[in-house]
Design a protein around this ligand. Structure first.
Ligand code: AMP
Ligand code: ZN
Length: 293
């Protein structure tokens, strides 16, 4: 198998065969193209990359770093042992140290002044939904308070494709609302909301894994997420589609990029904590009140 770039011996074939060096270049070229297409980053931007220590967000941080952007990294201890381990922090911190990237660390418990176990129980929602909600709130507040104007996450084509099918199955207003957010850039709609960018949205998980490996990055995996993935029907179906159409998930991302959704409910400030919310009181404060009762 010959590399489509240099015609040397290929080491990997995901969409096309590549040698290690040509794969890295090809990966960066695609990320750069997406950044430019959506005007994701400007010179004066202060970017914080949310890094879990997994292959996707580390690949995202590596790509931005390799493309010459100035970044900082934020890592969160989510307070549940199934989804976070000291190893995740360790690999993220090591990655930053090697490249002289400023590293920030926060934990849900300290940042929101909550008992994570009690909070997750009182939320009456699946762990992953509550964890996602807290993460988004923390990223936003942290970025704003530390003068970052862009938050970058490691969302990729696999996340979008999975969510796309799940939204159709759920068919709720909320699921369609979230679908409208899965674009390369979510500009700020309120002075307290920081713009979100997703530089590797058109990349596949397997490509992120290869990019991390070829850059000699140690990654940590999430026990809970890979567990859910294995049992997940939608993922199984997507795997079958992959066999016939390896770029199917990328096509889902590109299709959603072109769709314009109706504008969302107006953002207000929570009457208790002042954070942006679509309701009078934000979800975090609502759950906190429930615990106090
Ligand atoms: P997930 O909600 O686990 O699919 O993660 C979505 C994105 O959030 C990842 O690509 C990361 O950019 C970010 N993220 C997830 N977990 C963490 C964490 N523990 N610390 C920092 N960022 C995270
Ligand atoms: Zn609140």
């Amino acid at each position: 198998m010959k590399c489509v770039g240099c015609k040397g011996e290929a080491e990997i074939k995901i969409l096309q065969p590549f040698c290690k060096e040509c794969f890295k270049k090809h990966y960066l070229r695609r990320v750069k193209r997406l950044i430019q297409k959506f005007n994701m980053i400007e010179k004066k931007d202060k970017i914080v990359v949310a890094v879990s220590g997994g292959k996707d967000s580390l690949a995202c941080a590596q790509a931005l770093y390799s493309l010459g952007f100035e970044i900082s990294v934020l890592h969160i201890d989510v307070g549940i042992k199934e989804c976070w381990s000291p190893k995740a922090k360790e690999v993220t911190e090591k990655f930053c140290k090697e490249k002289n990237i400023p590293f920030y660390f926060a934990s849900f418990e300290e940042f929101f002044d909550i008992d994570a176990k009690k909070f997750f129980e009182a939320s009456r929602r699946p762990i992953c939904a509550t964890c996602g909600m807290l993460k988004r709130a923390l990223f936003n507040k942290f970025a704003r308070e530390n003068n970052f104007n862009k938050i970058a996450t490691g969302h990729c084509a696999d996340d979008v494709a999975k969510y796309f099918f799940k939204s159709i199955v759920a068919s709720t207003e909320e699921s369609f609302f979230w679908l409208s957010k899965l674009k390369p850039i979510t500009p700020s709609t309120h002075k307290k909301i920081v713009t979100r960018i997703r530089p590797i949205l058109e990349m596949l998980e397997v490509e992120n894994l290869a990019f991390s490996k070829f850059n000699n990055i140690n990654v940590a995996g999430c026990v809970m997420c890979s567990y859910f993935q294995r049992k997940d029907k939608i993922t199984e179906i997507l795997r079958k589609i992959d066999e016939k159409f390896p770029d199917f998930k990328i096509k889902v991302v590109k299709m959603l990029e072109k769709i314009n959704f109706e504008s969302e409910k107006e953002i207000q400030e929570c009457e208790i904590c002042g954070e942006p919310t679509k309701n009078k009181i934000c979800t975090i404060c609502k759950i906190k009140k429930r615990i106090e009762k």
